[in-house]
Ligand binder design. Structure first.
Ligand SMILES: Nc1ncnc2c1ncn2[C@@H]1O[C@H](COP(=O)(O)OP(=O)(O)OP(=O)(O)O)[C@@H](O)[C@H]1O
Length: 659
């Protein structure tokens, strides 16, 4: 501005200011409205227009703390402030950065204004504190502007002109103000443009930094997820070269990042797989065989193409899982589960306790086990108990009943099949029970019903620990403990030519016999009580069971063993009335029929027992009969039994007879 015009302007402002501070009125209509409004606010705040003492609010530690808090913005702003300084040269102008509350945090300028630079640091230039000034107005109005000479409310700034522009974040919040000030004569009108351009450039940098920070965090999130998930992830470029991998991938592949990155996928897998993997459709998985340190693993691989913004294909993300782990999880969710432990196997007889002791012993080993015993004697319970007590307890327990599957399907069920192995074979083939049980236990129930040719295959798998799917030639290693069970006499089956002797000897290394109920009648009462409490559906949980019931149950032969006893108990607890004692009359007809005349209860003890019963049963029955005949008079009953009264007492206690 030519100096004459500038002089006129500053004079005009000075006169208007003098009038306003004296009267509170503005006579000159050419004065800028934004300035007048600010004067009014300044006056209302009680700012002293004549005060020449400049109070520095933030000093020492407090100033350093505030400056530190704004360091990220200052680090961006300072190079721009330097550039402005270089542009305005030695003109004596000062470039400042004030924070969003109006505190001056940084000032740069020529050395000859050094004392002034220092003096203003930490000063608060808000309108509330210092009245009208460019920094205060830039903060208040959120726009760039210049305040000249006597437009300032405080007289100390009347020889200054300041250009200021706010610096905003991406959401429009003001972060601080960039300003350039000098004497009225030195400030050029273009200074405001320069300040505004620099403030916009600083904003741009801040946004870029924010985006960069966000991207870094997003990348770190992604990396944390990538590294912590239990699926292997490998990225390959469109030429099949590996560009990255996560921790799990490296663990499965048994390779370091350096050993993977830069190699082609086909080199690492030692198989031409890249082409078909990249052709997989969404959600499609394919099996890939992989050798890690000489051990073959089967991986399930799916792929996802990654495109750049311009839609060009950049990479493929390959996700792979070890089949062993997948099958184990699927079995846990949907397959047969081993729920029983040895504690669930009831019975205190020597016979059952011997079997449990033996089973506990073999649990610690990985040996193949043969469970033999009649139907319903708990063979499956034992198998589950062994699995749950073994080191494989956290892996699959897979069950197959060889007698319940059509004979020509047993092999494919056990060993799996490849695509096209037979007419109804599934696309992509199917894993067999051995593969599904990998790492865990395979329970082969009714092994005596296994077809002879499958027996030969089973023997081979037990010996080599490898399966070959039906119709295939790929050898798949499996780590499976086999527990076989049968109700047949396998040695006799070998004799008859129905069972291979070599397989029999392989299985019979650790035979465990599950005893029939007939061999452990003393457990019957315990089982009755347990199942009664389990099935009875009422609040009154007392064992309302009549002696006649126990007596008959102990006499019966139980061809279906515990399963049958369990069923009978379920039936009788369903029909017994509320508060009624379970008695022989509740027994199912077929049990009564099997017991024959004994269902009418002993009449002539000796003559009537056509079946051979244990002595204890006969004795108990005789005591009951005598008590009945003697109307519970112990002396009379003892006499009838031809024993002493104290002996009768002891026996009543022994047999738990209620009087
Ligand atoms: N000792 C036992 N204690 C408690 N319950 C038992 C016992 N033995 C068998 N059971 C029960 O009897 C039923 C049959 O048991 P399990 O299936 O284990 O017998 P199994 O010998 O495998 O029979 P099958 O040869 O017919 O398959 C199950 O409901 C089981 O809970």
């Amino acid at each position: 501005m030519p100096s004459k015009k500038l002089h006129q302007e500053t004079e005009k402002y000075r006169k208007a200011w003098e009038k306003y501070v004296a009267t509170g009125l503005v006579a000159d209509p050419t004065m800028r409205k934004i300035i007048i409004a600010s004067w009014r606010r300044s006056r209302a705040y009680g700012v002293d227009p004549h005060s020449t003492s400049l109070e520095i609010e933030l000093t020492g530690e407090r100033f350093q703390q505030r400056r530190e808090a704004f360091k990220p913005i200052l680090d961006i702003a300072l190079p721009f402030m330097e550039s402005i300084y270089n542009a305005v040269g030695e003109s004596g102008m000062i470039i400042s950065f004030s924070d969003a509350n109006g505190y001056i945090l940084e000032r740069i300028g020529a050395d000859n204004v050094f004392s002034e630079l220092q003096r203003f640091r930490g000063m608060n230039l808000s309108e509330e504190r210092m009245g009208t000034n460019a920094i205060a107005l830039a903060l208040k109005k959120g726009m760039a502007l210049q305040v000249i000479g006597a437009e300032h409310f405080n007289v100390v700034f009347h020889n200054k002109t300041t250009s200021a522009a706010p610096i905003k974040d991406i959401d429009g919040n003001i972060l601080g103000v960039l300003s350039v000030s000098g004497t009225c004569e030195t400030v050029h009108p273009h200074t405001l443009g320069m300040v505004l351009a620099s403030a916009l450039a600083i904003e741009h940098e801040i946004r870029l930094k924010q985006i960069n920070d966000d991207l870094t965090i997003a990348n770190e999130h992604l990396d944390a997820i990538m590294q912590s998930i239990s699926e292997g992830i490998i990225t390959v470029n469109d030429a099949g070269v590996i560009t990255d991998s996560n921790l799990h991938a490296r663990k499965v592949m048994r390779r370091s990042l350096d050993e993977l990155v830069g190699k082609t996928l086909d080199q690492v897998i030692k198989n031409p797989v890249f082409d078909f993997i990249t052709q997989l459709s969404a959600n499609e998985e394919r099996e890939v065989q992989y050798y890690a340190n000489g051990r073959k693993k089967t991986l399930l691989v799916s792929s996802k193409p990654i495109y750049a913004q311009d839609k060009t294909l950049k990479e493929y993300l390959l996700i792979f899982r070890e089949t062993k782990r997948v099958y184990s999880q699927v079995n846990k969710l949907f397959g047969s589960k081993a729920i029983y432990t040895f504690d669930d196997i009831l019975g205190e007889s020597k016979e059952i306790q011997d079997a449990i002791r033996m089973a506990k012993l073999v649990s610690a080993t990985d040996a193949t086990i043969l469970l033999h015993g009649e139907s319903g004697t708990g063979k499956e319970m034992f198998a589950q108990g062994i699995h749950n007590a073994s080191q494989r307890k956290n892996h699959s327990f897979v069950f197959i009943n060889c007698g319940a599957i059509p004979r020509d399907l047993v092999a494919s069920e056990l060993f799996g099949y490849v695509e096209g192995a037979f007419t109804s074979a599934r696309k992509g083939g199917n894993p067999g029970k051995f593969e599904l049980a990998d790492g865990g236990t395979l329970f082969l129930d009714e092994i005596g019903d296994m077809p002879l040719d499958t027996q030969a295959n089973l023997l081979r798998v037990l010996e080599t620990k490898e399966v070959v799917r039906v119709g295939g030639n790929e050898v798949i290693p499996v780590d499976v403990r086999v527990i076989a069970a049968t109700h047949k006499d396998l040695a006799a089956e070998v004799e008859k030519g129905n069972f291979r002797s070599d397989l029999f000897y392989r299985l019979n290394v650790m035979p465990i016999k599950t005893p029939s109920l007939r061999e452990r009648r003393e457990d019957i009462k315990k089982l009755i009580n347990r199942f009664y409490s389990q099935f009875v559906n009422r609040d009154d949980q007392r064992l309302l069971i009549d002696e006649s019931f126990y007596l008959q149950m102990m006499q019966y032969d139980w061809p279906g063993n515990v399963r049958e006893l369990q069923n009978v108990m379920q039936l009788v607890t369903n029909i017994v009335g509320e508060g009624e004692y379970l008695s022989s009359k509740h027994l199912p007809i077929y049990v009564k029929d099997a017991l024959g005349a004994s269902s009418q209860l002993p009449q002539q003890i000796s003559g009537e027992l056509t079946r051979v019963s244990p002595l204890s049963v006969v004795e108990r029955q005789a005591i009951l009969k005598a008590l009945d005949a003697a109307d519970n008079n112990l002396a009379k009953a003892a006499k009838l039994l031809e024993i002493g009264r104290s002996t009768l007492y002891r026996k009543i206690e022994k047999y738990d007879i209620k009087l």
